[in-house]
Design a protein around this ligand. Structure first.
Ligand code: IMP
Length: 430
């Protein structure tokens, strides 16, 4: 049964939106399964650039149905705002084109206030969250005090539940963080309006997708963030609060293990990270500035959601091997290869060193990364502009050698290479 999962293999921002956009052309359903509006997918179509945080970016293909699964945490104001943005751009968003799982959890202003208060209290040790209330919303879910979209269908109960929720979070805000309390009634009123607007979109996403797959329809699952931000498998505690990894798509959409066909690992040709946490191959200075860009272009390395400059470094294939294993990757999509043009040499991290020992894998996962020094292999760079390349043969030999080495070191074939920001600037490798 054809469920294809697009997953980031790094710390997010790998260019998944680009790959999703390509694959969505053949999909019937496009689905978000984890995270919330901490994600930011930029998709450029002709003159128009869309920044979507919550609605699956594949919905810009008008034949698709967009789905938000139970694994997502939904800020209703964001989803409604994005519906408006899409409509204004002539992209219809109706209950026939967008379904939200009744089991997805809501993010409220109280969750956002708590995220901010917690980050402020961490001082130097802050996680660098997006301040979108993601951690607190998942905390509510796990502690069985969350508010699901289902609740919106019974307005009186919903009002009572929101009020109790805000009162509960107010206790944390005031007692633990010396922050001001929020007005429960204000949030009750705000969310009553959201319930009216969202009710027609609430559905049983799990059965909708299972039936579609049984009928031979194609579902494309769009991972948000990336493998190294996975709550269980990432650089804990510098992670997000969900499972962006491919198995997370099954849990986050309510699908069984037999559904998945491809797990496409989107990998940037170099490494980036936004927010705190270990990053062994991080670069400073001239090469870093060059990889990051100035911020003048939408594809420069500045956060889509927060605008923060991203930390940049050499591609880390120790972590890529970890991503291949955890996700069961069937293929890689390598993005932003064109950005490496002009570097005299390019480094690949192939192993780590610590205490005079070399490690090709991490003994205890990526949490204690800070203890390791990267061991590099150096490859020749290239000067040719890659942006017009459309076939493997069009690439200079040094660029091909770089790709082949990544395949070798990760054990996963590279099937797609992006060489520029435009939709057409890709090379498909059969
Ligand atoms: P949170 O998801 O807002 O709780 O943030 C936790 C960590 O994940 C922080 O380091 C964020 O910068 C990072 N993060 C969350 N979402 C994204 C994303 O979509 N791209 C890149 N980093 C992200």
């Amino acid at each position: 049964m054809p469920l294809d999962i697009v997953v980031g293999t790094q710390w997010g921002d790998e260019g998944k939106g680009r790959v999703v956009d390509l694959l969505a052309a053949q999909a019937d359903f496009v689905a978000r399964y984890n995270g919330g509006d901490n994600a930011g997918h930029t998709v450029t179509v002709g003159e128009q650039t869309f920044k979507l945080h919550l609605i699956p970016s594949g919905v810009i293909h008008l034949h698709t149905v967009g789905v938000i699964g139970n694994g997502v945490v939904v800020n209703p104001a964001t989803v409604l705002g994005e519906m408006e943005t899409l409509r204004a751009a002539g992209i219809a968003v109706t209950p026939n084109r967008l379904r939200l799982s009744y089991a997805a959890h809501l993010i409220t202003p109280a969750h956002r206030a708590l995220d901010q208060a917690q980050e402020a209290s961490r001082g130097q040790g802050k996680l660098g969250t997006t301040l979108r209330g993601i951690g607190p919303a998942y905390t509510s879910k796990v502690s069985r005090q969350g508010l699901r979209l289902l609740e919106m269908l019974d307005r009186q109960r919903f009002a009572d539940a929101i009020r109790a929720h805000v009162q509960e979070i107010n206790r944390y805000l005031t007692a633990l963080y010396a922050a001001g309390p929020l007005d429960p009634q204000e949030i009750v009123d705000e969310f009553d309006g959201y319930a009216t607007q969202l009710a027609p979109y609430i559905a049983d996403v799990s059965s909708l997708l299972a039936e579609a797959l049984a009928r031979g329809r194609r579902v494309l699952a769009e991972g948000a963030q990336g493998t190294l931000l996975d709550l269980d498998h990432g650089t804990y505690p510098f992670v997000t609060s969900s499972n962006p990894t491919a198995p997370g798509a099954l849990v986050g959409l309510g699908l069984g293990v037999g559904c998945a066909e491809r797990a496409i690992g989107v990998t940037k040709s170099f490494q980036t990270r936004v927010g705190s946490g270990p990053f062994p191959t991080e670069l400073a200075g001239e090469i870093a500035a060059r990889l990051r860009g100035t911020g003048a272009n939408p594809w420069d390395e500045f956060g889509t959601t927060t605008g923060r400059p991203r930390r940049v470094g050499w591609l880390d294939t120790v972590l890529l091997r970890l991503a291949a294993r955890i996700n069961g990757l069937t293929e890689l999509a390598l993005t932003k290869l064109d950005i490496l043009t002009g570097l005299p040499t390019i480094r690949l991290c192939t192993a780590y060193r610590a205490n005079d020992q070399t490690f090709s894998a991490l003994p205890f996962g990526p949490s204690d990364l800070a203890a390791y020094e990267p061991a590099y292999e150096e490859l020749p760079g290239w000067d040719q502009d890659l942006r017009a390349a459309r076939r493997w043969e069009d690439l200079p030999a040094a660029a091909r050698a770089y790709i082949l080495r990544i395949e070798e070191l990760s054990g996963v074939p590279v099937r797609l290479v992006s060489v520029g920001p435009e939709r057409t600037q890709v090379i498909e490798i059969p």
